[in-house]
Design a protein around this ligand. Structure first.
Ligand code: F6R
Length: 244
């Protein structure tokens, strides 16, 4: 895992946008993997700016998002589809038909998950995948457990994740307890992975990730240590636990 430590959240976001810009310019028909949450907001802002000011062209780009809350429709303001439209898709020239966010209203998450993975494969696979990291080490919604799912499907959110994500909802009781999430295998198939971390709240998990020297399903992000092309971009605060 390569690590880039930046002075600030803004610099982290620009560095992450640099990776995406260069990949998109290199292959305008690229398939990209996207994440939601607070961390990638600055990356999306920067990609929107580059689209508007530098003509970065998304017209032939395809995207797949990591996850969606089960039970939320795409027009629910708390859904990840809504988040992606607001933060990125509505402001660039991507064809929405080429953007994929798992369907939160699916009645058959197992079959739907298999179909989602198949769509990724049929599109040629993800060239560059953006990830955040949960304070408990989750990636997408693959939560710490004895076993981790390989493919996309239904997952239960951990109490920690429900608490962490309550800030987006009016009350903690409104946070969905289940989601459709890309599995560990689906994520590890991406050719290149960019994982972002920002702020004190991620310092402990980043130090565990970088100092452990082990892979453990109790910190799902450690599986990324097995991938040949992962870059962690984190600000100084998130990195501050590594040498402590
Ligand atoms: C989001 C996702 C999650 C987040 C993680 C960090 O699509 O899959 O794994 O990346 O929970 O969230 P933030 O960025 O809000 O700290």
């Amino acid at each position: 895992m390569k690590t880039i430590v930046t002075k600030s959240y803004d610099e982290m976001s620009k560095t992450s946008a640099d990776f995406f810009e260069s990949e998109i310019r290199n292959n305008p028909e690229i398939v990209i993997g996207l994440a939601t949450g607070s961390t990638p907001v600055g990356t999306y802002k920067e990609l929107v700016r580059r689209h508007m000011e530098k003509g970065l062209d998304f017209s032939r780009v395809k995207s797949f998002n990591l996850d969606e809350y089960l039970g939320l429709s795409g027009d629910n303001p708390n859904s990840y589809r809504h988040f992606m439209n607001e933060q990125l898709f509505n402001h660039i020239n991507i064809d929405k038909n080429n953007t994929h966010v798992p369907e939160g209203l699916t009645e058959d998450p197992k079959a739907y998950g298999e179909k989602y993975d198949q769509m990724i494969t049929e599109s040629g696979g993800i060239r560059i995948q953006l990830l955040g990291i949960g304070s408990n080490g989750h990636i997408a919604f693959n939560e710490p457990d004895d076993e981790l799912p390989l493919g996309t499907g239904l997952v239960e959110l951990s109490e920690q994740t429900i608490e962490d994500n309550a800030r987006f909802f009016q009350s903690i009781d409104q946070v969905p307890t289940q989601a459709i999430s890309m599995g560990m295998g689906s994520i590890m198939k991406a050719e290149k992975i960019i994982i972002l971390a920002s702020g004190e709240g991620k310092a402990e998990v980043i130090s565990k990730l970088l100092n452990s020297g082990k892979v453990t399903s109790r910190i799902p992000a450690t599986f990324l240590l097995l991938h040949p092309d992962v870059t962690l971009i984190c600000d100084e605060e998130a990195y501050s636990g590594v040498s402590r």
